[in-house]
Design a protein. Structure first.
Length: 472
């Protein structure tokens, strides 16, 4: 008897119960707090159990309600991070993907999975104005950025055969933390990463970039890559991509665009992203602005031979004996991943179910909600916008008192902590020119204008309580 095989009735009982819990959760998402009312000791108490020697059967499902209670909801009032809202059609497809359990690594290991992913990559490339680019779905922007810089290194200063050699990478001082991490993991070292200063709109200064490259070339160093940001994590700023692309061509450097946050907004606002299609590689995250359940990132690149130069190291046991161009294709020849989830199914089903017009409308709503919040803040004497709002991140603070810079920082830190504890909205924080900022980011298809207004009322209410010494 096979020890893990259940009867059809047992399978149906498990799936029915999980489906019911999922539907109940979706029905209550708008009313749930923006952060669960739990502590670390609560979750430890709930889940610290001995591994059972004997199966619990369907009773094992009883604790799923605790799991749900301890999860951060996909609330329309969660504005903390650049994190999508888990579109339900895609979530349902993700369940089927897990049941099918395909290894989306080569056509022969998952024919439908590979064919769908290659088509989805083509769709996404066309959506962001990069028709003709190849690529693959990834776990997120961080692995996509790592792979892109590995391709850049191999294209400009090959290291796979004899080890890494000194070469320089350039990014703005606002670059995502995955960029220095990738530089370190590739053996280039943080000393060879140049963080270029930004202008008043938090965009990389092109002239400062030119000067840094000139100094390095004069010192005998090789520029490997320039990394532009299409939506910085703090403010959503977009670097002058066309200018950076021109500089990269002049000096023979790879041009990578980190668009994990913002690039998909080009679906709704292409005018903000001039030069995006001049990149050699581009990272973006459908699990942000196509609202997919995690994980669903994407790496696009102009030339698949560069990906193969970086990642094609196939052992004899994995080599294909097929000659057909479709049947012989393998993602593991163009990616650092071997075992890969069937990520394409949820995105394919979600895009087909809703159509691009609905996604475009949802992204427009997010952009409009950010502008709406900025306008509401500017209309309040007690609040102050701290940075431009080019996309959907709004950085601001409470200022209804006199004091030093450190006083303002301490007050706004306290406001943030109390707001999160109250659970009516969830904000994060950022540092804007040395000032502690409250930060609201809109990447949620459920958010309404009333939810936006709630941010202002919450911050003012909590700010007044703290200034007066009142308890919430």
């Amino acid at each position: 008897m096979n020890p893990l095989v259940l009867s059809q009735a047992e399978y149906e009982a498990v799936f029915e119960r999980i489906t019911r819990l999922s539907l109940e959760y979706l029905a209550t998402v708008p009313e749930r707090p923006s952060f669960p009312d739990v502590t670390g000791s609560d979750t430890q108490a709930w889940f610290s159990r001995e591994l059972p020697e004997h199966g619990m059967g369907e009773a094992a499902l009883d604790d799923l309600t605790k799991v749900i209670d301890g999860c951060r909801p996909n609330s329309p009032r969660f504005f903390g991070y650049v994190f999508g809202s888990g579109e339900p059609v895609a979530a349902a497809a993700d369940l089927l993907a897990s049941v099918l359990n395909q290894n989306a690594t080569a056509w022969r290991s998952g024919p439908s999975a590979i064919t769908l992913e290659r088509m989805i990559v083509n769709w996404v490339a066309e959506l962001v104005g990069c028709k003709g680019f190849s690529g693959s779905l990834t776990g997120g922007g961080s692995p996509a950025n790592l792979m892109a810089l590995a391709m850049a290194r191999e294209a400009r200063l090959p290291a796979n055969e004899h080890g890494a050699r000194p070469g320089t990478v350039y990014a703005s001082e606002q670059a995502h933390m995955s960029i220095p991490k990738a530089v370190a993991l590739l053996g280039l070292g943080h000393d060879n990463l140049r963080l270029i200063s930004c202008d008043d709109e938090f965009r990389m200064r092109s002239e400062e970039l030119r000067n840094a490259i000139s100094r390095d070339v004069a010192a005998g160093l090789t520029p490997i890559a320039i990394v532009g940001s299409a939506g910085t994590v703090a403010t959503g700023s977009i670097d002058p991509l066309r200018e950076l692309a021109a500089i990269a061509r002049e000096v023979g450097a790879w041009f990578h665009v980190d668009g994990a946050y913002g690039a998909l907004a080009s679906i709704a606002a292409p005018e903000k992203f001039a030069g995006l299609n001049e990149a050699d590689s581009l990272s973006l995250d459908p699990h942000k602005w196509l609202y997919q359940p995690v994980d669903c990132g994407c790496l696009l690149y102009r030339d698949s031979t560069a990906a193969r130069a970086a990642f094609s190291h196939t052992g004899d046991y994995a080599k294909s004996l097929l000659e057909d161009p479709v049947e012989s294709f393998a993602f593991f020849e163009e990616s650092m991943e071997l075992s890969r989830r069937f990520r394409a199914l949820k995105l394919w089903l979600s895009l087909r179910y809703h159509g691009m017009e609905k996604f475009r409308e949802a992204i427009c709503n997010d952009l409009q909600n950010a502008q709406r919040l900025a306008q509401l803040i500017e209309s309040e004497d007690e609040l102050e916008v701290l940075a431009p709002v080019p996309l959907s991140a709004v950085c601001f603070r409470y200022v209804a008192q006199r004091g030093t810079a450190s006083d303002f920082d301490a007050l706004n830190q306290a406001i943030l902590q109390r707001i999160v504890r109250r659970g009516k909205v969830f904000l994060s924080n950022a540092s804007i020119q040395g000032k502690f900022a409250l930060r609201a980011c809109f990447v949620n298809h459920r958010t309404t204008p009333d939810d936006v207004s709630r941010i202002v009322s919450e911050v003012i209410t909590v700010g007044r309580e703290l200034v007066s010494g009142a308890e919430s």
